[in-house]
Structures are given as C-alpha cells and as structure tokens.
Design a protein around this ligand. Structure first.
Ligand SMILES: [Zn+2]
Length: 280
C-alpha cells in the first residue's frame, strides 16, 4: 500500500473522530466560557467585599472617635462649671467649641462612610444573585459536557484503537507532515484530486482548485508517494474509483492504439494530447 493510501485510511478515522468529538468540544468550550464568567464575577465580588470591610472599619473608627470626643467634652463641661476665674471659664468654652467642631467633621465623615457601606452592600447582594444564576448555568453546562463525554466514550475508544493501528507502518516523515497539517488547525488535512479534463491530464486540487502539475498527478496515479498541493499544502489523494477509471481508459487506449498502429496517430487534438507518463 502506498503512503498516500495509508494516510487516507488514517484520515478517514480522524474524520470520524472529528465528527464524534465536535459536539463534545462545543460543550467543553461552553463550559469553559461559564467558568470564565463565574471567575470574573467572583473576583469582582472579592474586590468589593474587601473594600466594604475597609469602609466598615473606617466608619467604626469614626464612631469610636466621636464617642471619645463626647467624653472629653463632658469632662470639660464639668471643669467649666467649677471654674474659679472667668479667664479659665472662657478658655474651657473655646476648647469645648473646638472639640464640638472636630466632632461634627468626624460625624459627617462617618455618615458618608455609612452611606457608601450601604451602597456596597446593595451591589454585593446583586453580585451574589448574579453568581448564583451563573452557577446554575455552569452546572447545566457541566452536566451536558459529562453526558456527551459518556455518550461517545465507547466509540471514541474504538476509533482511537483503530487510529493507533492505522498509524502503524506509516513512514515517520509522512506521519510528521500529516501531524503538522492536523495540528495546524487547517480545515482539510487531505483533499482529493478533481478531474477537469482527462484527455489533457488536467487535474485540480480539491482543497484550493489550483491546477496541478502533471508529474504530481502521475505520482499519485502510480506509486502514491506523499504528495502535497504546491499552493495550499493539503495532502493530495486520488479517489480509488477515479484511479480505476483512468487505468481502464489508459488500457483501452493502449489496446486501441496497438490494433491500428499502422494507421494515423490517435484521435486527439494533437497539440496537447498526452497520455499518462510511464514514469515520474
Ligand atoms: Zn491546494
């Protein structure tokens, strides 16, 4: 069996594998997307929870500080009531007024903190709800992925075993080209030759429709060495039915030619008439 035929058999298995795992891959991508969205919600939630903690601590500090000032003002009032001189009385009045002004500022700050705390708590609540919703979606996505995995596992094992068997005996160099193509993310790994005009040996690449050099067609028709499209690099093969057709018509031509070898040389247009070359 030529290398191209070996690769084609492997390719047929890989196509089945691709078809089989397509739905699973979609499910996996969807699950990964849910994980990503959930992760984003969680980190937003964590950052906001940390900020909330800091705000709550600041508000608490302000409250403690305001209470401390209250106590000091209380004590100063007592001293003021017992003041011996008017000078002492007026000094204490000023100090109390200053402390009251300080306390007012602190209370204002605490109030602002508290309103921010409230705002953050509301936002965190919304994030909690969003997270719970997303977790539900993720759970469904995971179940779907697991089910698909379970559904195809048996057939997947079979195909993988078949694949291993098909790989056996393929020359390393050909295998390397094939694997490179497979991993390149290209839509087509292999493509059939398209016959445009048999008489003039015109064949195009089934991947990109570029006209192929006749030597290349000849190689595929005979030895079946690894052949790649010069343009799109797809690995080319010739469908068995086409190969048989060409061989048969070639045989017919040969026998027809032999029977009237004494007559005119063929019936073709002449200038471009060409048969399959006997060798590369
Ligand atoms: Zn091509």
């Amino acid at each position: 069996m030529g290398v191209t035929s070996q690769l084609l058999e492997l390719y047929r298995v890989d196509q089945q594998l691709r078809g089989l795992t397509g739905r699973l891959k979609t499910a996996e991508a969807y699950l990964a997307e849910q994980d990503k969205l959930l992760g984003a919600i969680k980190s937003k939630h964590d950052a906001m929870a940390l900020q909330l903690k800091q705000l709550e601590a600041a508000a608490h500090n302000d409250e403690t500080e305001a209470k401390g000032l209250d106590l000091r003002i209380e004590k100063l009032r007592e001293r003021m009531n017992n003041a011996q001189t008017s000078k002492e009385h007026s000094a204490l009045t000023t100090e109390i007024a200053n402390l009251k002004a300080d306390k007012g500022l602190i209370e204002e700050r605490a109030l602002a903190s508290m309103s921010k705390v409230q705002e953050f708590r509301t936002q965190l609540g919304a994030l909690d709800a969003e997270k719970a919703e997303r977790e539900k979606v993720r759970e469904i996505a995971k179940r779907d992925r697991d089910e698909r995995q379970k559904e195809i596992q048996g057939r997947l094992d079979e195909l993988n075993a078949e694949r291993t068997a098909k790989c056996h005996g393929i020359p390393a160099d050909a295998m390397k080209h094939y694997t490179q193509r497979l991993n390149s993310g290209a839509e087509e790994i292999m493509a059939p030759l398209q016959e445009e005009d048999r008489r003039n040996m015109e064949y195009t690449c089934g991947g990109c429709y570029t006209m192929l050099p006749i030597e290349l067609v000849s190689v595929l028709l005979k030895r079946g060495d690894l052949t790649r499209c010069p343009s799109c690099k797809v690995i080319l093969y010739m469908e068995a039915s086409l190969k048989d057709d060409i061989s048969n018509s070639h045989e017919k031509k040969k026998s027809a030619g032999a029977s009237k070898s004494a007559g005119k040389s063929g019936t073709g247009k002449g200038s471009k008439k060409k048969t399959v070359p006997s060798d590369e």
